[in-house]
Design a protein around this ligand. Structure first.
Ligand code: GLY
Length: 370
């Protein structure tokens, strides 16, 4: 019998820039011309049926005008399409159009598009580079930044995926102009989450400028995009693979993700997270980490952002409690929650440990109360 030791130590540099600005299509083309993805000349632009005509077709046209080979791959808009089946369809279409390893994927859209396209990029030909061009507040605030890519399954959201970092992320604030108000609110939930876990100053800014954000005021939107990035990338740079600290970005998501699935996606991601934020702050209050003023401040801010703060009647409470156990944070069959400490901090339960086990009876009590 023989043993071969395969020594494969890696030094990886996955660094990338996130550019925040208005109308960044031309900048994207210039960056490609200046070698953002080396000598690659073939681009798969992945988008959904809503974003196709608004932005993706224009990016495709610009690439073609500049002499690149580019094709559009479009799937039906909506969280229910973020599946292995859609991934397979895009992959087959790319193969059919002659795409192999010498290509780059450009994801143009919201969180569903960037999550899915980043996952396609991670496995297509064993991995090709990708660029995120985020066109929603939700993807700017969370999904397009940080390298989590995934699809949903009937059991739960985001259970199948990869950590896969893009070559660059463009957060085009001008695109928020075309978002329905409900989608702005959905993105605001992830924004409020960031404020809750990292910055009272940001929380107060959101409270004072909510109407400016809804009105797509350039200064206010740029500020929130930058602040979201600052808070998120500081965490990701310290703990890309969620060994500890990155768990804090799941604030509100234990209940949020479960309720999103149980609602059968009637609730948008941010709406579900909003309810999850209320659940975790009520839990934090029960555990003695926040006072009633902080709870009321959060509920009032979520309301200002036109987000739900209680569980809709059509949600089956028992199904919801059961669904909590599909969360990625569950360990040894026990529910675990991240909770905030007043406004602007999260609780570190032990050095490097940011989630605490919670009995099902306590989770049930919180759910019944909201
Ligand atoms: N959306 C949570 C994270 O990126 O870690």
């Amino acid at each position: 019998m023989s043993t071969f030791h395969v020594e494969l130590k890696k030094v990886v540099d996955d660094s990338y820039d996130i550019e925040v600005g208005f109308e960044l299509e031309q900048k994207l083309i210039q960056d490609i011309q200046n070698g953002l993805v080396g000598n690659i000349r073939k681009f798969a632009v992945i988008t959904d049926s809503t974003v196709k005509d608004l932005y993706a077709a224009r990016i495709l046209r610009r690439l073609t005008e500049e002499g690149y080979q580019a094709e559009l791959f479009v799937f039906q808009a909506g969280e229910t399409q973020k599946t292995r089946k859609t991934k397979e369809e895009i992959e087959d279409a790319m193969l059919e159009k002659g795409f192999r390893r010498d290509c780059c994927i450009i994801a143009v859209g919201g969180g569903v598009v960037t999550d899915l396209a980043g996952f396609v990029a991670g496995t297509f030909g064993r991995g090709v580079p990708f660029i995120n061009y985020a066109t929603t507040l939700l993807s700017a605030a969370d999904a397009s930044v940080g390298g989590k890519t995934a699809v949903d399954t009937p059991l739960a959201t985001n259970l199948i995926g990869l950590f896969n970092q893009p070559e660059k992320v463009y957060l085009d604030i001008a695109t928020w102009n075309t978002l329905p108000r409900r989608q702005i609110s959905s993105g605001l939930a992830e924004t409020i989450k960031h404020a809750c876990l990292a910055s009272r100053v940001f929380f107060d800014y959101l409270d004072a400028h909510m109407e400016d954000i809804f009105a797509n005021d350039r200064q206010a939107c740029e500020y929130i995009a930058e602040e979201n990035c600052r808070i998120k990338y500081k965490v990701v740079m310290k703990d890309e693979r969620e060994a500890g600290l990155r768990e804090i970005l799941n604030l509100g998501h234990t209940v949020g993700r479960a309720i999103e699935t149980v609602s059968d996606y009637r609730l948008l991601h941010g709406e579900a997270v909003s309810i999850g934020l209320v659940a975790q702050i009520r839990l934090a209050q029960k555990l003695g980490y926040v006072d009633e003023d902080a709870v009321q401040a959060l509920i009032s801010l979520l309301r200002k952002a036109e987000l739900p703060v209680s569980i809709p009647d059509y949600i089956d409470r028992d199904a919801l409690v059961k669904k909590l156990y599909t969360d990625k944070k569950v360990r040894d069959g026990r529910l675990r929650f991240v909770v905030q400490k007043q406004i602007g901090e999260v609780v570190e339960f032990e050095p490097g440990v940011f989630a605490t086990p919670i009995e099902e009876s306590v989770a049930r009590e919180i759910i019944e109360a909201i």
